[in-house]
Design a protein around this ligand. Sequence first.
Ligand SMILES: *[C@@H]1O[C@H](CO)[C@@H](O)[C@H](O)[C@H]1NC(C)=O
Ligand SMILES: *[C@@H]1O[C@H](CO)[C@@H](O)[C@H](O)[C@H]1NC(C)=O
Length: 280
Amino acid sequence: MILAITLSTAMVTLTESICWKEVVKATDVSGIGVVIYQKPTSSLCYEERKGINPPLCIQKSVPTISWYTPLDRCLPPIHIANFDTQHGWPTSWPERLKIWTSNLFETNREYSEERYNEDTRHWEVLVSGIYMHNLAINWSSIRNVIDMNASFGGFAAVLVKEPLWVMNVVPIHGLDSLPVIFNRGLIGIYHDWCESFNTYPRTYDLMHSSFLFGNLKKRCDLLDVVAEMDRIVRPGGWVLIQDTIEMIEKLSSILHSLHWDTSIHYDTFLVGKKGFWRPS
Ligand SMILES: *[C@@H]1O[C@H](CO)[C@@H](O)[C@H](O)[C@H]1NC(C)=O
Ligand SMILES: *[C@@H]1O[C@H](CO)[C@@H](O)[C@H](O)[C@H]1NC(C)=O
């Protein structure tokens, strides 16, 4: 009991110091308590604290530090809606899915609005024109999709009306487009496909890849990557790969050796369907 009180006092001090508002406090019949806190929507409370501890963070010039960065004991300032376009609240869903809200990257030409819009149009045409009807994939059996080289997330954005979700993977050696994916309201993660992928859910129904393997094969063995894909896809699930014809043929023969059914479409797309075979 004393411990509980001590913890709770420390918790109150902490939550007050970071301006979290207690909105619900309740205990159920067995004595298990629940407290729900709400984070403030402006920096006003931060500035009005008596001791400025923890302090406000000094904004770093690089907005997207992703890993191997120690935790900072500071509070990032909260910017008020429409205060400026760089830090304002995002446009609401689903409008934000297809508009270019990010000007975090205006110095990098690879992130231009023009390229983003082109990418969106490209995926609209490809998915509705070819993926949905001409590749013999049974889309009604697909719920979990993983896009191995998601770029701006255009593939996921086009699929948003389908009853499925897409995990967007941004390869760490390519363009860092994960902030764009998050700005659209989609989910994503960084990954190096020469390493194993941490899977949750345990399996995916469809793995999609667009021109990923050319770069990859300079750093690791394709066979290892395909074995990892075989692990990630559920039995009866699919891969859909767009690549050069040389790469498609190589991948197709590896998938065959794993007893997958494969077909090649328009010399550009490889569709593989995993069966129930396992090496004995
Ligand atoms: C497609 O998948 C659905 C759901 O699993 C299944 O009911 C249907 O029979 C499948 N269609 C074909 C043509 O295999
Ligand atoms: C991902 O795809 C793009 C084309 O959309 C390609 O230029 C790029 O090399 C690929 N990234 C990696 C890491 O292979």
